[in-house]
Design a protein around this ligand. Structure first.
Ligand code: GRG
Length: 276
């Protein structure tokens, strides 16, 4: 039986190599700080999801390597800013002191902003894509960061620290903070494969389901019982059942659009039934 590690090893190596090339040290403090976070041991779920979706949609995974790296840069950016004292105020990230603990806070803010800028820059220049695909990718990335994505979700998250969110706002917060970027990974993979509008829309919807399931798993692992968690709203048993139901739906829908590729399904499973 293939282990996850052996299934994903060549993809992970390709991601690391490309990130290293795109974000090479240049002797500046800015790059040093950005690299501190980018190369801290993250799971690299989002770039893997981008590559495996592209492959499941019929493209060679190299076609999606630049968008995959751009998404990991955006994700890292969001983690750096999320940890800042004015946000979640976390001292540790990816098993190490958070960036603003290891470097001056101002440098951490700038390193995060730099990574977002770099992500957009590399997406606009991706040689493996057509002009139309680059535009679609950039549109998808800026959407996943904007008011309907990370920034809007984080704003609601800050509000949730002060007052209890209603059902609609709570739903919107999870969708924007977590599910949107995960859906964008799959959308970018589908765009890189030249999939039809219809298929891209289906893949986006599946990505949202996996994003929700991922957040359920995250709450269960962290035992997050803050009022802004799914766990606190549903309880452990229902959170687990909800994640499993979403995963099942996602798998069925992937098969229905002929994207039920073995590796993509294995990655989806590892996101939902994860242990770290
Ligand atoms: C402008 C990009 C940008 C962000 C500003 C701070 C902020 C707005 C958004 C924060 C969003 C956030 C941190 C959501 C949490 C999502 C989540 C569950 C992250 C953990 O993902 P993992 O487990 O992390 O994949 P690793 O470290 O493995 O990559």
């Amino acid at each position: 039986m293939l282990t996850l590690q052996s299934l994903f090893q060549s993809y992970s190596l390709a991601i690391e190599k490309k990130l290293e090339m795109l974000c090479a040290p240049d002797g500046s403090l800015l790059l040093e700080a950005a690299r501190y976070s980018l190369f801290s041991p993250g799971k690299r779920l989002r770039p893997l999801l981008t590559l495996l979706t592209a492959e499941a949609c019929g493209a060679p995974c190299e076609a999606a390597l630049i968008p995959a790296c751009a998404i990991e840069m955006i994700h890292t950016y969001s983690l750096i800013h999320d940890d800042l004292p004015c946000m979640d105020d976390d001292d540790f990230r990816r098993g190490k002191p958070s960036l603003h603990k290891a470097y001056p806070e101002g440098q951490a803010v700038l390193a995060g902003s730099f990574l977002y800028n770099k992500a957009i820059q590399i997406a606009t220049e991706a040689a493996s894509l057509t002009q139309e695909q680059r535009l679609q990718i950039v549109r998808c990335l800026v959407h996943s960061v904007g008011e309907h994505g990370l920034i809007g979700g984080q704003s609601l998250d800050l509000i949730a620290k002060e007052c209890f969110l209603g059902e609609r706002e709570f739903h919107s917060m999870i969708e924007r903070k977590t599910a949107c970027l995960i859906s964008s990974c799959m959308e970018c993979g589908a765009i890189c494969s030249g999939a039809s509008e219809e298929k891209i829309s289906a893949v986006k919807r599946i990505g949202l389901k996996l994003g929700w399931a991922f957040q359920c798993a995250d709450d269960l692992l962290d035992q997050d019982d803050s009022s802004a968690s799914i766990l606190s709203r549903l309880g452990a048993e229902n959170t687990r059942a909800y994640a499993h139901a979403l995963y099942q739906e996602a798998v069925e829908e992937l098969h229905a659009i002929s994207c039920g590729h073995e590796k993509l399904l294995a990655l989806a499973e590892s996101m939902v039934f994860r242990t770290n």
